[in-house]
Design a protein around this ligand. Structure first.
Ligand code: ADP
Ligand code: MG
Ligand code: MG
Length: 206
């Protein structure tokens, strides 16, 4: 377990977000400004370019640089939110052994950054509605003795349920909140990209 595993995650995530860019943008066209797929694809392409030109010694260095790349390349709500997630994720792992427990703490720290920036609460129809059940499922799996792949698989499954549960919700944060009641009946784009990121982590991290 080392920095190469996290490089694999970021590369796989970039591929998944690229493959799903049209889908994410379609979701955002219903309740936003039809750019979420393009935003995520642009940000993760820039991360791949970074990985192609730089080799990283540590996970914290890698994730912090990935986060800074998202902040600088992706506008809108999702750039600063995902950027902060990766920055905090990296910071939490500085000097730490890479275990299911410390990686879980890094996920929690990353999501704490999303909350600090975006002020979302559960049920606001945002990416947090995927992250929150994912963190709970991850921690429960680790407490039950799961390895990293097992905990991430549980997290990705919980994120997918949280994503699906955003459909009937009325948005209370972000652009979708401008629609009020008309935002109900549509799946949140950010909860969808969060699920893709976690599915990618479950595929790539051992
Ligand atoms: P923008 O809305 O600026 O065009 P994107 O379309 O890239 O940005 O991202 C939209 C997603 O960002 C939403 O689907 C939602 O999940 C997430 N989001 C928006 N505002 C917040 C917030 N305050 N907290 C958490 N997530 C948010
Ligand atoms: Mg948008
Ligand atoms: Mg936008």
């Amino acid at each position: 377990m080392g920095v190469d595993n996290f490089v694999n995650w970021l590369r796989d995530a970039a591929g998944s977000l690229h493959d799903n860019a049209a889908y994410l943008t379609e979701l955002d066209s219903a309740i936003g400004d039809a750019d979420h797929g393009a935003n995520m694809d642009r940000g993760f392409r820039a991360i791949v370019a970074l990985l192609d030109e730089t080799s990283f010694e540590t996970v914290d260095e890698l994730m912090k640089k990935a986060g800074m790349t998202l902040v600088s390349k992706v506008g809108g709500a999702s750039g600063p939110l995902y950027g902060t997630f990766f920055l905090r994720f990296g910071t939490a792992l500085a000097g730490a052994d890479l275990t299911p427990a410390t990686i879980g703490e890094a996920f929690t720290a990353g999501v704490g950054g999303i909350l600090q920036r975006g002020k979302a609460e559960l049920g606001d129809k945002t990416m947090y509605d995927a992250w929150a059940p994912a963190l709970d499922a991850y921690d429960a799996a680790v407490a039950g003795g799961a390895d990293l792949a097992g905990a991430l698989t549980a997290a990705a499954e919980a994120a997918a349920k949280g994503r699906d549960a955003t459909v009937p919700l009325v948005a209370r944060k972000g652009r979708a909140s401008y629609l009020g009641e008309r935002s109900a009946g549509h799946q949140d784009p950010g909860a969808t990209s969060t699920t893709l990121l976690l599915e990618s982590a479950a595929r790539t991290l051992p």
